[in-house]
Design a binder for this molecule. Structure first.
Ligand SMILES: CC(C)(COP(=O)(O)OP(=O)(O)OC[C@H]1O[C@@H](n2cnc3c(N)ncnc32)[C@H](O)[C@@H]1OP(=O)(O)O)[C@@H](O)C(=O)NCCC(=O)NCCS
Length: 161
């Protein structure tokens, strides 16, 4: 059975692992090693110093094997935007599930719980960036995210909570 809980400071390493999964979503592209992913500021600023003020995350875990997935929110400044930046005050969603547990509904559940936590905190809009050929796009559309723009070949999606 998979349970979902809030992410703590002690989840920083696992959240960074899930960022590496998200960057390496395309299984046909060369794998970027963890150190390479985290060496790039544009990637690292999704997880740097977790948790920063305003960060919210959820972790899916199995009692047998531990964490299997994470989804989290981070706010960016206009002068240092994330890939899916819409505006200051609209956080970006990141998500990853370990490869061996994909396609079981864990990603959907993580997004659902993250959206719930966002609503509880009074947030009304979430943003994210997804590449057009990433199958995750269908998951986002099913959850109500809509394309509102794009940058560098990626789509920017928005969810009104
Ligand atoms: C995207 C991701 C978090 C979804 O989690 P999940 O637990 O596999 O998702 P669910 O089981 O709830 O939903 C399945 C949907 O996820 C998407 N998906 C993406 N990669 C998948 C994979 N390898 N296997 C199965 N589904 C996948 C599809 O949209 C699928 O829906 P479909 O059946 O209509 O194609 C997960 O597949 C993952 O970590 N992928 C690599 C990292 C990534 O792409 N992160 C997002 C970057 S924008």
């Amino acid at each position: 059975m998979i349970t979902v809980r809030l992410a703590y400071r002690s989840d920083a390493t696992f959240i960074a692992d899930m960022l590496v999964e998200a960057i390496n979503w395309n299984l046909e592209a060369p794998v970027q090693e963890r150190a390479t992913v985290l060496n790039h500021h544009e990637n690292r600023h999704y997880v740097d110093s977790w948790p920063q003020p305003g960060d919210v995350g959820v972790i899916a875990e199995s009692p047998q094997t531990g964490p299997v997935g994470a989804a989290w929110l981070r706010f960016f400044r206009a002068e240092d935007p994330g890939y899916g930046f819409i505006a200051e005050g609209i956080p970006e969603v990141s998500i990853g599930v370990i490869a061996s547990r994909r396609g079981e509904g864990i990603g959907d559940r993580l997004l659902r719980e993250l959206e719930h936590e966002a609503r509880q905190r009074g947030l009304s809009v979430l943003a994210l960036s997804v590449e057009p050929n990433n199958p995750a796009l269908r998951l986002y559309e099913r959850r109500g995210y809509r394309q509102v723009g794009g940058s560098g070949g990626s789509y920017t999606f928005r969810l009104d909570l």
